[in-house]
Design a protein around this ligand. Structure first.
Ligand SMILES: Cc1ncc(C[n+]2csc(CCOP(=O)(O)OP(=O)(O)O)c2C)c(N)n1
Ligand SMILES: [Mg+2]
Length: 351
């Protein structure tokens, strides 16, 4: 199967009757704006981590099209289960920079209430969100609602047992669930080739899901395929999977040095497929990228950057009792011991 592609790396649009998309200036500019905002936010968060303001950051650099193209093709009330790198998707759901950063500053387990944005909290235990999403989709099914559920996960996470269990369970129960895999070629330092022989979309077909492969750096293709597949799921066709072929252009996290395990020529070849540059070429060619639009967007990104730095530094310190008290229904002795040590350490600080 060849990945669906509507916009090639040189920014040429080739329509595909199987995946119709009305590419208006409004749509193209909206998707471009969302991707630029996500990238600028990601840049600032990286800088904040390097300045000691965040404990850790996992960049979404390079994956903006996969996230923006898919989330904007869902309905606002479709419940989403992210992994931990879905900042571009989260911003599209109205989650604020402060809400996104608080967890990585170590002040809280998460910054938002999933009910407010129909966007679940980040899951760092790989693939745990897949059975969660499947169970949630069973609830949606029983409610007779026309919402669908979407779950984001990575290529590496697909090796977890939970991924196979969820794919099979979802297929058997025929739940309204979209599995969206961002195959960014790496799971920390493990390349996709060391994780799987058969591509993920083929595995999903084996479980009985409708499976699709899309160029994850082509925002139009991601948007068109996700919209069509979401419609199909909403109409009762059962679960489906989209594998978006993309690339993690940064390290796995700010604790990682990717030069230890991958070549600069690999990175360079993916830089040539940058999702934002590609759409910019298209916008320019169409004459939809005029000076006014460009300078307004640059200014919006600058404001976002200043605001991101300000809100990060002003985030209130976490309440220790609530941090430890919301982990387990009944505190275990190990957790009590951890809490005691943490309290002791905080008490040892002079100010
Ligand atoms: C159950 C579990 N095992 C191992 C880890 C450590 N770990 C964190 S991220 C990661 C790689 C995940 O790769 P992938 O699913 O492709 O997502 P990506 O980071 O590329 O977005 C690993 C092994 C973990 N968080 N949870
Ligand atoms: Mg990966």
């Amino acid at each position: 199967m060849k990945p669906v592609q509507l916009l090639d790396p040189e920014g040429h649009l080739r329509e595909d009757p199987q995946w119709p998309l009305d590419v208006t200036p409004e749509l193209a500019r909206d998707l471009y704006r969302r991707m630029r905002i996500a990238r600028r936010f990601d840049d600032e968060a990286l800088a904040l981590q390097r300045q000691g303001e965040l404990g850790l950051w996992l960049q979404s650099l390079g994956q903006e099209a996969a996230q923006v193209g898919s989330i904007t093709a869902l309905r606002a009330d479709d419940h989403v289960f992210p992994s931990y790198r879905e900042h571009a998707a989260a911003l599209c759901r109205g989650i604020t920079p402060a809400e996104l950063l608080v967890q990585w500053r170590g002040n809280s387990h998460s910054g938002w209430d999933p009910a407010d944005h129909r966007f679940h909290i980040y899951t760092l235990v790989l693939a745990a969100q897949l059975p969660h999403a499947t169970g949630y989709a069973m609830g949606v099914q029983r409610d007779g609602s026309d919402e669908i559920v979407a779950v984001y996960f990575g290529d590496g996470s697909s090796s977890q047992g939970e991924a196979s269990e969820a794919l099979n369970w979802a297929a058997v129960a025929e739940v309204p669930l979209l599995f969206f895999c961002q195959n960014n070629q790496w799971a920390i330092s493990t390349p996709t080739v060391a994780q799987m022989r058969a591509p993920l979309h083929q595995r999903a077909s084996g479980f009985g899901l409708d499976a699709h492969l899309v160029d994850g750096n082509d925002v139009f293709a991601v948007h068109a395929v996700t919209r069509a597949v979401a419609d199909q799921i909403r109409s009762g066709a059962g679960p489906a999977l989209i594998e978006a072929v993309t690339y993690r252009m940064a390290g796995h996290s700010t604790s990682d040095d990717p030069t230890r395990y991958r070549t600069s020529s690999e990175l360079d070849s993916w830089r040539g497929k940058d999702p934002i540059a590609r759409l910019e070429l298209f916008l320019t060619r169409e004459g939809w990228f005029d000076e006014e639009y460009r300078s307004e967007l640059d200014a919006e990104c600058d404001v976002l950057a200043v605001e991101t730095r300000r809100v990060c530094r002003e985030l209130p310190l976490g309440d220790i009792a609530s941090l430890f008290g919301t982990v387990l229904a009944e505190e275990s002795s190990a957790l009590a011991e951890e809490r005691r040590r943490y309290e002791q350490r905080i008490a040892s600080y002079v100010d």
